[in-house]
Design a protein around this ligand. Sequence first.
Ligand SMILES: Cc1ncc(COP(=O)(O)O)c(C=O)c1O
Length: 369
Amino acid sequence: METPYYLIDENRLLDNLKKIQFVRRHGDARSVLALKCFSTWSLFGLMRQYMDGTTSSSLYEARLGHETFGKEVHAYSVAFDEAEIRQLRAFSSKIIFNSVSQLQRFHSLAREQRPSPEIGLRVNPQVSYSHFDLADPARPHSRLGVIDQEAIREVLPLISGLMFHYNCENEDFENFSSLLDYLSETYGALLQQLDWVSLGGGVTFTLEEYPLVAFCEKLKAFSRRFELQVYLEPGEAVITGAAWLVTRVLDVVSNETDIAIVDSSVEAHMLDLLIYRETAEVEGSGEGSYCYTVAGRSCLAGDLFGSACFREPLQVGDTIRIADAAGYTMVKKNWFNGVRMPAIVVKRLDGTVEQVKRFDYRDYKSSLS
Ligand SMILES: Cc1ncc(COP(=O)(O)O)c(C=O)c1O
């Protein structure tokens, strides 16, 4: 198969989906896929069997969820405009506003639709778990959600639920648990009067070592206490461990260290590694003593996937696979330097391998005008 390509393995994805199903059954918590993380819709046929719908950050994401996933469509945005509400109200199950001013401006417009979407409001609980200031929704001066509880109380008759998104790559169940206790104590009086609450995404509950049963018990106790439907909005947790970026070595050069240049680019195809200053997980790395910097082919000096040591010296034409290449990766790919865009390849449950999308020069040209 011609490289580069993103490879998604449905069996690996299924492992995560089964855990999501477990949480639906034993934690009474519905899960809606965060499209901002992963919106490769040729996988939605499988995903919709295990999830309750999608959640979005824009009109286009919401529309994609409606058209390709179905089930519940949660429409959220940091800020909507009027034309967007007119479109969203026709197919959204819930419209979640980020501020009291947006809620007051648009709630009756949203409700003109029959049947009308449920209306929610995002809260900033001023507590969070995040390794990165850049991604911390409760960082100082955050614009994400309403802080003032009195203001929320005043608009309570206009809404049926609240959304909290306050975790980011939270692998610590004790922390999740104590933050949920904090929400119960702080917002209990409000939650009692509502029908649903979303706890957002950012919890790594599909990882092998995560205490899934305790997680379910915690969620169930929370929903029972306040008699409301709990939603989770997993993104990364859905797709983690299920995808690779498959590349090929184009050249090996040396500058005090050996550098393998592959037919892909961090800047164009795995941008988050640069944004968060992380290194890629190169498959087979650490197995030998032939060490290289694996580098992208864009002009950016820092276009480096990371270091890796192999059993054999690398040759031009060798394949290098970068793990965990789906979440916040495919949604951010871009045409920087005109580098050939990775195709999208799916390994189906029955083992057949299908190229579901390939890109060519016309896609590059039509991305601008
Ligand atoms: C509102 C909201 N929900 C869900 C998510 C998904 O988070 P994750 O992919 O970490 O699970 C995000 C991520 O930023 C978010 O902002």
